[in-house]
Design a protein around this ligand. Structure first.
Ligand code: FE2
Length: 562
């Protein structure tokens, strides 16, 4: 039985699963080429079906997530969500009217779903599906957090664990604490949408003139540049109260924004970022410790937008009472389509575990398609008998290379399918990457891929449980800090992809690099230019290659030069 999951909100997308296998998953932004696309994932659904060689009549089960009043209103009047998208991404001025709309949105989004909103949401989604050609299917509406929970629990490979979701909000809830045991999920605590860590951090991001739901990682990175301040002197600490498994916010979301604004007035930006980060860390760690103490479960699976904070995740992983921590790599709402499908599969077929060693669930392209794309350009290319070796040599000579291989990654990180690669020990390369392509703020570091066999050599706090998906920070050993200078934070941490030996082209490339440099580490950043989504097709890759002026593109077995 094929189950199609869809999500039609922020970072919309689709996924198809069957039995305990994830067959294909993609987000709409990769196809419309508009970052964090919000429109109905028509292209994703069609691409998933095409990839599997299926038609709409082959799908009898479809799951969609979230039916709260705000989401339902956005479905009824899509122009409201388009407008909010443009304001949020700062493509539209924040006029007084827009400001009021934003305030209204905050109030509205806190409301829980009811029978009417669920009924209306279902009808509208059905109408969209019917347009694509679906006819005989059952459509289930899966709760927002249940979708996050299912994805984290069922991909963790844990037999039993705590499942914790921490989010902005959805379906009236901002977080949950759950027990996953004996193939069953049981919720033990619910954190209301009014008490949201995600909204708190979103406000902080916004107040610092960054884009909410997009630049929270920049706030986290900037926090490292502040002077240390004791918790008792941090005025943001009291914004929340954490007791046992409950979180209470001191202020309503709108009042919180105003209070934060006043505090920011008194501090430099980096200090404000630091105080916000410390507040998040303090309260989440307290919650997790309480949850471990209450349940006796020492393995933790995390999901929800706040789980993108790699520093918090590092602290959780390093807690003495935490045995192992798994973060679902598409932790934000972009992962809801897969989570919804998994929960439906759990309801119908009791399936609670998926093979999850890689996130290469996206589209792939034949050599013929690649060559046809190249032929429309004036680029020169040669087929290499050993592209991994040749690429390693080019990188070792100090070149930046664009690397396009196999199925595209699912989720926010490039993990060796659509990557930009370079040596990790060179600050000039970092500057060049920033100037030509990425336009990152100066304090936002690049990240490394590290061969798993080198993880304990390079990292101080590697505990034998690898994170393959760049979801948490690790401390770099002193003797490697200079060698990894292009990929570490000022505090000596990095956010690595720990690459297991699966004999993929990417692993072979890292091994060739190790032969040349002595250690299997590369700078790995996503293959896109600033403001664009990760490249998906060979056309996207070649267009980006030409526009950047980078000298080498390795696409399949072809070495393309310009
Ligand atoms: Fe969410």
């Amino acid at each position: 039985m094929y189950i199609l999951g869809i999500w039609d909100g922020h970072d919309s997308g689709a996924a198809v699963i069957k039995d305990n296998e994830i067959l294909v998953a993609i987000n709409e932004e990769r196809l419309t080429r508009r970052k964090l696309e919000i429109n109905f994932p028509k292209k994703s659904v069609e691409a998933c079906l095409k990839y599997l060689n299926l038609g709409p009549s082959d799908i009898s089960e479809i799951a969609v997530s979230t039916s709260d009043p705000a989401k339902t209103l956005a479905r009824i009047v899509p122009s409201t969500k388009e407008e909010y998208y443009l304001i949020r991404r700062r493509k539209k001025d924040l006029t007084y009217l827009n400001y009021q709309k934003k305030r209204f949105k905050y109030k509205l989004t806190e409301l829980s779903p009811n029978r009417i909103t669920t009924f209306l949401s279902k009808k509208i989604v059905q109408k969209e599906l019917d347009k694509i050609g679906f006819a005989n299917y059952s459509l289930s509406v899966i709760d927002h957090h249940i979708s996050h929970i299912a994805a984290a629990a069922f991909c963790s490979d844990f037999k039993e664990c705590l499942v914790i979701t921490l989010d902005g909000l959805g379906d009236g809830v901002s977080g949950t604490v759950n027990i996953f045991k004996d193939k069953k999920l049981k919720k033990v605590s619910t954190i209301s949408a009014k008490d949201s860590f995600g909204i708190f951090f979103e406000h902080v991001t916004n107040l610092m003139n960054m884009r909410e739901l997009e630049d929270e990682g920049k706030v986290m990175a900037l926090a490292d540049y502040a002077y240390p301040i004791a918790d008792k002197d941090n005025p943001l600490m009291e914004f929340f109260k954490t007791e046992d498994l409950t979180i209470k916010a001191k202020y309503s979301s709108l009042d919180m924004f105003q209070k934060l604004k006043k505090i920011l007035w008194r501090f430099p930006s980096e200090q404000f970022a630091n105080m916000a980060q410390k507040t998040l860390e303090y309260h989440i760690i307290k919650l997790i410790k309480n949850a471990i103490a209450d349940t006796g479960l020492k393995k933790i699976a995390l999901s929800g937008g706040v789980a993108s904070n790699v520093k918090v995740n590092m602290m959780i992983r390093n807690l003495p009472e935490c045995e192992e921590c798994f973060v679902f790599p598409h932790m934000g709402d972009g992962g809801l389509a897969m989570g919804a499908a998994m929960y439906r599969n759990y309801e119908l077929n009791k399936i609670t575990n998926y093979k999850f060693e890689s996130v290469a669930f996206g589209l792939e392209y034949s050599n013929e398609v690649i060559e046809n794309e190249l032929k429309r350009t004036n680029l020169t290319y040669t087929k290499s008998p050993n592209p991994e070796k040749e690429t390693a040599e080019l990188i070792n000579q100090g070149n930046i290379v664009l690397w396009f291989q196999g199925r595209m990654e699912y989720g926010p990180r490039a993990l060796g399918s659509r990557s930009i690669l370079a040596l990790p020990d060179n600050l000039n390369i970092k500057d060049e990457l920033n100037l030509k392509l990425k336009k990152r703020v100066w304090y936002q570091p690049f990240c490394p891929t590290i061969l798993l066999e080198d993880a304990s050599t390079v990292l101080e706090d590697y505990n034998g449980h690898p994170d393959h998906f760049m979801t948490m920070a690790y401390k770099v050993r002193d003797e490697f800090k200079q060698k990894l200078i292009g990929v570490i934070n000022i505090d000596g941490s990095c956010r690595p992809q720990l690459l297991a030996d699966n004999n993929s082209k990417y692993v072979r490339l890292l091994k060739e690099i190790k032969t040349l440099t002595g250690y299997g580490v590369l700078l790995n950043t996503s293959f896109n230019i600033h403001g664009e989504p990760l490249v998906c097709s060979p056309k996207d890759a070649i267009d980006t290659f030409i526009s950047t002026g980078i000298k080498y593109l390795i696409i399949g077995d072809l070495i393309v030069t310009q």
